[in-house]
Design a protein around this ligand. Structure first.
Ligand code: SAM
Ligand code: SF4
Length: 338
């Protein structure tokens, strides 16, 4: 970490000054959402008008630039990516970009009964569906409006379309669903699900709530093991995946813990994020961003965009500074995509 890796000109594969190769781009397609999860956004949030968001051609151009710099995996997120008009065609166009080998999506699942099959036909490789509880009343409380049955129909549609194993994201929030992790884990005994229990991260205007309700992964894991027995590590962990996989004895599915707050995994970070309003965000939990929309809209050529992106990536900060209580306040989670 002490000797900076030099910037190479012209850039070929993006890396930062710590030598981390950055090959995974998460793209927020919109800040808008059909839910209002308590840990993600304030209830009175105002979404950006469509003209303030990157247009389809702009997203394709920026992913092309990223792919030319070694990005091979893209994830569409939001806000809720499935509420963006034309999302299926956008999947097709991004999947066709040379060098992009995997395209995933994080979604609340509500639109999947209609979209799962077309998304797969367009080339989507994987979905993560957010599900924090199996209790319909708690689901409504957490999402401030959602119907749990709609998410289940989305999970079924994803499976039927071949997006297996379906990954479930569960944000553990004290006082809302910290006890529900046991019932969720029980699902893995009979279903080929891959559940990720995520520590609540502080960001934006709801940071105080997020900080006060965080549940450490160690506590979640202890609760699961006390109720259902020991968790055994599953072989073949991909070192870049922040969730090491575990399994209950005899289970079909598996689970993992994303412990960004109590056990940061910044050392192995390979990610960059593109916000829906066209900023390259260098770390989820830091406000360092570089504007790509302005140069794009003022006619910058491909080589210039590529250079701005590579130079920005080189300045990626080492990691978050939550332990020093340094919270990024400029955006909500829904405006970045998690
Ligand atoms: N709307 C989609 C969804 O909910 O899956 C995609 C966007 S959402 C911002 C992406 C992921 O971030 C979801 O799994 C969500 O649960 C998670 N998330 C939202 N706020 C969070 C927070 N404060 N801490 C940790 N994860 C969070
Ligand atoms: Fe919407 Fe996803 Fe945020 Fe929930 S977590 S409010 S579904 S963007």
């Amino acid at each position: 970490m002490s000797i900076p890796v030099p910037f190479v000109d012209p850039p070929v594969a993006m890396h930062d000054s710590y030598g981390r190769r950055l090959h995974y781009l998460r793209v927020s397609l919109t800040d808008a959402c059909n839910l209002r999860c308590v840990y993600c956004m304030p209830d009175n949030i105002v979404f950006r008008p469509p003209a303030a968001l990157l247009q389809d051609d702009e997203i394709v151009t920026l992913v092309q630039a990223a792919a030319s710099l070694g990005v091979d995996k893209v994830r569409f997120t939001g806000g809720e990516p499935t509420v963006r008009r034309g999302v299926v065609e956008l999947v097709r166009r991004v999947r066709d970009i040379p060098g992009i080998r995997r395209l995933a999506m994080t979604t609340n699942g509500i639109m999947l009964p209609r979209l799962a099959q077309p998304l797969v036909e367009a080339g989507l490789n994987q979905v993560n569906i957010s599900l924090d509880t199996l209790d319909p009343a708690k689901f409504r409380q957490i999402t401030r409006r959602g119907d749990l049955n709609e998410v289940w129909r989305g999970i079924e549609a994803a499976r039927a379309a071949g997006l297996t194993p379906v990954k479930l994201n569960c944000v553990v929030t004290r006082g809302f669903n910290d006890e529900d992790v046991v019932d969720l884990t029980r699902l893995t005994l009979t279903q080929a699900l891959d559940i990720r229990f995520i520590e609540l991260m502080p960001l934006g205007r709801v940071a105080d709530f997020q900080q006060s309700q965080v549940v450490a992964s160690a506590e979640t894991r202890g609760r699961i093991e006390a109720a259902l027995g020991p968790l055994t590590p599953v072989a073949g962990h991909n070192g870049h995946d922040p969730a090491r996989p575990y399994r209950l004895a005899g289970a079909v599915g598996q689970l993992g813990f994303i412990s960004s707050v109590t056990e940061p995994f910044c050392e192995g970070c390979t990610r960059l994020r593109l916000t829906a309003d066209g900023r390259l965000r260098l770390c989820l939990l830091r406000d360092d961003e570089v504007d790509l929309m302005a140069p794009l809209r003022s006619g910058a050529d491909f080589a210039t965009l590529r250079r701005i992106m590579a130079e920005a990536a080189y300045r990626k900060p080492w990691g978050h500074r939550l332990e020093e209580n340094d919270i990024a306040h400029s955006r909500e989670m829904s405006q970045i995509g998690g």
